[in-house]
Design a protein around this ligand. Sequence first.
Ligand code: ADP
Length: 337
Amino acid sequence: MEKKKQVLSCIQPTGDMHFGNYFGAVKNWVDLQQKYDCIYGVVDYHAMTMPYSPKKLRENTWALIFNLIATGIKPEFLFIQSLIPEHAELCWIFNCFASYGQLTRMTQFKDKSTHGNEQDSGGFISAGLLDYPVLQAADILIYQADYVPVGKDQEQHLELSRNIAQRFNNQVGKEYFVLPETLFTEVPKVKSTADPSRKMSKSAGEKHYINVFGDEARIRKQIRSAVTDTGDSTSGEMSAGIQNLFELLKAGEQLDAYDQLMKEYENGTLKYVALKDAVADTLVNISNEFKARRKELDSNKKEVKNQIKASSANIRKKAQQTLRDVKELSGLMNVKF
Ligand code: ADP
């Protein structure tokens, strides 16, 4: 049997999981598990690049692990980054193969370090913020990943990973690292229901995201009050708010309801409240299923944590092998104490 390709993807433990994260990333991860060998990381080292609370970081890390398992990620595929310190060690080595100029040109670095984000960073721009794409390269290459499922916003970072891998291979005179490729999947872009001109996101504040594990009444209220008419209704085009509600219905795989309501929209008979009720029911059903699984997991907290420590230890073996190879190839000491 042919060996399955290696998929690697990571998510930062920065707070609640919202329906943008779920439909735009996590749901795809769950599906990929069927076809590929997957490694999914909760990357807590990455969550330190902006000002953060140490107590919350650990809480958020475990909460995200529990939430990912509840949504259908297999625990054996999951690791916590800081349990595998080789990521940080490889990052240092890669720093010496990464171009400083290229790092300063990363769009995300420019966005987060300059315009309008002073409130997030408290005016303090850490070197970690500049360097985090190198840590990301280490996250990917340490597992010799073939595919990385990322969105457009991360393509530049994957290119950097390939550049680092190539420069390393050239320097040591061996095609050691495989060059990782982007795994493109059509995923919905979910908008904020409070302001459909922007994406659903935690960073914009509480009303701009719907928590997958949130309270049912709040989910319903957020959908009920979703902005539908965003001004110019004479253009004949579907408003961004309505588009977003249809998108959510489709993402939730309610295709019959989608077709029916779309027909009504085209006939001009659609009642927005009917669309909103259908979307709210869809999200609430998904949320209830996940919350029930989360409750089960919570009643076995210790066991789940031990399982993740064990899976991290297992995944770490791959990382350690890569690091031994890398140290050997790059002339560093490689002694087993
Ligand atoms: P946030 O913007 O809330 O901080 P993150 O940047 O942590 O979310 O995103 C984690 C993952 O979720 C990424 O893979 C990202 O592409 C995906 N994602 C985030 N927001 C959305 C959205 N509104 N629509 C689709 N995917 C999203």
